[in-house]
Design a protein around this ligand. Structure first.
Ligand code: SAM
Length: 222
């Protein structure tokens, strides 16, 4: 099995699907909830499952969701009792979708969504928890839809680990998604250079073949 070739084709098909959504959007069911995605937005998918089913949010904590997409992780953080959630995404379509979903789930006053290249729009705010399901493959991305799955020269991930410490409160934690078809070793190197301790929290497979696995790591300043 040529896993990279299979994955390229599968991800390219998914990008076509994200682009094919009608202007009024499309409803996607995910676990026990519904989310609306406008065209060009990454749909809630199995990759975020280990994160949303295993992350710990204490009531009243603040959460920064980096690369929020449809806002799915931020909305789950609100449902878990977070008192403030900020979702950031570079893609304006994602910002529109996440803003809609925060409102649709009743969290307009709790969850703010900003168009931002990583932390650029945040000034110096710090959070109890940072969540991130960023593109986890090192592969050239030529448009904003491809940028939801591929990270050219792994630069977005590199900048994430360079900057995340400036947005984490003392005692805070990061929940970070990777995949067995992504760049696990590079991610571990970046996390360690940022002075983070890394523990695998959970992993889920897309099906019984376990060909594609998604992993969530809990990272804490060491
Ligand atoms: C794999 S998708 C995940 C979306 C959502 N968090 C989820 O779990 O379904 C990655 C997201 O990261 C966003 N992204 C990519 N590069 C970014 C950057 N430089 N700054 C902010 N967001 C970025 C993409 O637009 C996309 O919405």
């Amino acid at each position: 099995m040529d896993l990279p070739g299979f994955t390229d084709q599968w991800q390219t098909e998914r990008q076509k699907l994200f682009k094919s959504v009608p202007p009024e959007g499309r409803t996607v069911r995910y676990l026990d909830k519904e989310f609306l995605v406008y065209p060009d937005t990454f749909w809630p998918f199995a990759d975020s499952l280990p994160l949303v089913t295993h992350f710990r949010i204490e009531p009243g904590e603040s959460v920064l969701d980096v690369g929020t997409g449809s806002g799915v992780i931020g909305v789950f953080a609100c449902h878990r009792g977070a008192s403030r959630v900020v979702g950031v995404d570079i893609n304006p379509a994602a910002v529109r979708s996440a803003t809609h979903n925060a409102r649709m789930h009743g969290f307009a006053a709790t969850m703010e969504v900003l168009q931002s290249d990583l932390f650029d729009a945040l000034r110096d705010e710090r959070f109890d928890v940072v969540t991130a399901n960023l593109p986890f493959r090192n592969k050239p991305a030529h448009d904003v839809v491809a940028m939801s799955q591929w990270d050219t020269d792994f630069k977005v991930n590199t900048r994430f680990f360079e900057g995340v410490g400036r947005h984490l409160r003392p005692g805070g934690r990061i929940y970070f998604v990777q995949s067995n078809f992504g760049e696990i070793e590079a991610t571990m190197r970046l996390a360690r250079s940022a002075g983070l301790r890394v523990a695998e929290l959970a992993r889920e497979s897309i099906d019984d073949t376990r060909r594609q696995e998604f992993i969530v790591y809990e990272m804490t300043p060491g």
